[in-house]
Design a protein around this ligand. Structure first.
Ligand code: G6P
Length: 616
């Protein structure tokens, strides 16, 4: 939620900050702004709309000169998206300027206090309150910017990643974080600030990720001093060498990041299991599981907490863990779990799934589970993210950066990691035979090639189906067993990027409600691969057909039965039942993608959504 970028050094700041904002636009895109310092004056330009609108507004109105700059791309929390509420925000004197990602929950009482002291406010934001609070502390307590930021933050309740600049102190930026990510890129006598490393990766591979509750004064010609906000203790900062490269964060010839990421799934899944799955030896190695195997394998229960698409991956994992490892599993929305006083036993294992590793609700659920004594295992994509650091152990998905807001390769790689984990536990617990274990490994190894085949053979056909149904108002997605969560995920993808109302349902539940919606206008996507419940799903298709619903069947190659009933079928290769979600989800991603493109929607940045939800 919101992306922040800052630069201080010897280069022109504007091109770095604007490019950085483009790369962070996945975090929020309802308004944007930049403040530049040219050595004398602060020049500010901000606007409702996208970063491209900001660029257009800059041209001709505002000077782009300066070696210091801070920029922001916003996902509104306090105050509607408009020019005035956009960041950066000045303090009343015009000396301080701030960018902020997060929410100051007690902003209203702080604001009242500041108004009493004569401060005035232009915007409806909590951020403008914070910058004036900092200014007030500077004046009243006669302290420098760093100290004032610290004192002010200790009066706030909420979450933040901030960067503050004082035009009287042109060599430094002050940064702080609590609950929202913040990285400091370290160059040769230059520093970069950003919500993730993508804005500065072409300039430096060295970065410090601030921990929650830390702040730093970033001063040219000086070492970075990191300290704890609440008690002022100095912290030895860990400078990480980043593995990210530029190619990974560019579109690489695809029209959209989402399409690129859909097509990356064969290689992403291979990267997920590479080095972990030794098929010939019949071994799975996962350090986070191996080191804690007793604890995890003896769990009486596994609780999975996640949000959005990651929650759907958790639902697939429920089937896999129960089926293979015979451990009872409960899957919870992190946002519900954290607020309902859940019963958590010390021998429970909690698995937190998060692509970004920053989702606020998932983070809070982890903290709660830890407080109650559970062992918490993280499945994250972003290396070094807050969740990956907060959990006792974990496994990365290694999917590479996912930039499209609608999650695709994160979902399939999460399922891959969770499958490996379930297989490993099953072997340890003796709930799977050696031959079955090896068979699973062989089948998983074959998945990337099968996804590549689905992409190659179905894309054009799916475009035709998309064209046919692009103007509908509603769509139903049905699946059973392992493919029920895939139906939920298919519906979510369509809603997110095309704004067509869609619902996912377990196929058999259709007769308890959704069947009432079916008429000749209603397309129903039914996952009907050859598996345990195939015959039952075929009966469900008959029920839809007799009510004149339009059927799009996702079937196993060579299927004839569904073909006779359905208006369209999309074939996927055969595999074992537990791995079908890795194949059946691909046509759904493509269908949503093509419909959204045909409707001229903004595929990578759908309205009101953001990639990383760091507010509660
Ligand atoms: C947002 C994103 C979704 C994502 C969800 C959970 O809503 O738009 O794509 O599934 O957050 O995010 P996480 O990073 O925790 O997986």
């Amino acid at each position: 939620m919101c992306g922040i970028v800052g630069y201080i050094g010897h280069r022109e700041a504007y091109p770095i900050v604007i490019k950085g904002l483009h790369r962070l636009e996945y975090r929020g895109y309802d308004s944007a702004g930049i403040a530049l310092f040219d050595g004398k004056e602060l020049n500010l330009c901000k606007t409702k709309g996208k970063v491209a609108d900001l660029e257009a507004k800059f041209n001709g109105t505002t000077s782009k000169a300066g070696n210091v700059g801070i920029g922001h791309t916003r996902w509104a929390t306090h105050g509607v998206p408009n020019d005035v509420n956009s960041h950066p925000h000045y303090s009343n004197s015009g000396n301080l300027v701030i960018i902020h990602n997060g929410i100051i929950e007690n902003y209203s009482s702080l604001k009242k206090e500041l108004i009493k002291r004569g401060y005035t406010f232009q915007s409806d934001t909590d951020t403008e309150v914070l910058v004036n609070l900092i200014e007030d502390v500077m004046i009243n307590e006669d302290v420098k910017l760093g100290k004032a930021v610290q004192i002010a933050l200790n009066q706030t309740i909420g979450a933040y990643a901030i960067t503050v600049f004082d035009k009287r102190k042109q060599n430094e930026l002050v940064v702080a974080r609590l609950g929202s990510p913040l990285a400091i890129g370290i160059g040769e006598n230059e520093f970069f600030i950003a919500s993730d490393a993508s804005p500065f990766i072409e300039f430096t591979n060295n970065a410090i990720y601030l921990e929650d509750g830390e702040m730093a004064v970033v001063r040219l010609g000086k070492e970075i001093k990191v300290r704890k906000i609440h008690d002022d203790t100095l912290v030895d900062p860990y400078v990480q060498e980043l593995q990210l490269n530029l190619e990974q964060i560019e579109k690489g010839g695809y029209d959209h990041f989402m399409l690129k990421e859909i097509y990356e799934q064969p290689s992403a899944i291979t990267d997920t299991y590479r080095g972990r799955m030794l098929v010939d030896e019949g071994i799975i190695r996962m350090a986070g599981v191996d080191d804690n195997i007793e604890r995890i394998a003896k769990a009486k229960r596994i609780l999975i907490v996640a949000c959005g698409t990651s929650w759907h991956a958790g639902l697939v994992a429920e089937y896999i863990f129960e089926d293979l490892a015979r451990i009872p599993v409960e899957v919870e929305y992190a946002s519900e779990f954290r607020y309902r006083n859940p019963v958590i036993y010390e021998n429970d294992v909690v698995i937190a799934i998060s692509q970004s590793g920053e989702t606020a609700d998932t983070m809070a659920a982890i903290k709660l589970a830890k407080e109650k004594g559970a062992f918490v295992f993280g499945v994250c994509n972003v290396v070094g993210s807050s969740i990956s650091r907060e959990t006792h152990a974990g496994a990365y998905t290694h999917a590479g950066p996912e930039i499209g807001v609608a999650s695709t390769k994160a979902f399939t790689t999460q399922i891959t990691v969770l499958t490996l984990m379930a297989l490993k536990l099953a072997k340890y617990r003796g709930t799977i035979s050696d031959s079955d274990f090896r068979h699973h490994l062989q089948q998983l190894e074959a998945i990337p090639a099968k996804i590549a085949k689905v992409l190659e053979t179905t894309n054009e056909h799916i475009k035709e189906i998309a064209f046919k149904y692009k103007d509908v108002s509603n769509c139903l997605y049905l699946g059973r067993g392992y493919n029920f969560p895939v139906a939920l995920e298919g519906a979510l993808k369509l809603k997110e990027i095309s704004y067509i109302h869609a619902e996912g349902y377990p196929a058999a539940e259709m007769k308890h409600g959704p069947i009432a919606l079916i008429d000749e206008q209603m397309p129903v996507v039914v996952i009907a691969t050859k598996m345990g419940h195939y015959d039952k799903v075929v009966s469900n298709i008959q029920e839809i057909k007799s009510r004149k619903g339009k059927i799009i069947g996702i079937v196993t190659e060579g299927d004839t039965e569904v073909k006779e009933l359905a208006d369209y079928v999309i074939e996927v290769p055969d595999t074992i039942e537990s791995l079908t979600p890795l194949l059946t989800t691909i046509p759904m991603q493509l269908l949503s993608y093509h419909i959204a493109v045909m409707l001229d929607k903004n595929v990578d940045q759908p309205r009101n959504l953001a990639k990383s939800v760091t507010v509660e």
